[in-house]
Design a protein around this ligand. Sequence first.
Ligand code: FES
Length: 119
Amino acid sequence: MAAVASSIFVKVFRFEPDKAAGWFQDYVVESAEPLSVMALLAKIHEVEPAFACRTSTCFKGKCGSCLVRVNGQDVLGCVTLVKPGEAVVVEPHSKFKLIRDVVVDFSQTISARKEFDGE
Ligand code: FES
């Protein structure tokens, strides 16, 4: 009988406004079932409360408050599923000003990556 994958490997962008540069931090989330990116971020927040992510969301792909960048693509995190055994890179959405970690300011459409990169 083949072993069942039960770990999801998540590399998450971290940023604190009082620090000059952001960084990536690795997490392993245990799950035997596919999880949405938002569920992954919520689980990371449970074990590391200093990690900022949005939690007040519709989880139906309608409100847009879960916008993040996953493996280089801007997506709705609530409808983007990650299977056990997979690895993902989660960053802030590229079109909005970065506030903290993967939380962006939806009122300011500035490229977070360009600002972070100093461009
Ligand atoms: S939580 Fe509303 S669109 Fe994803």
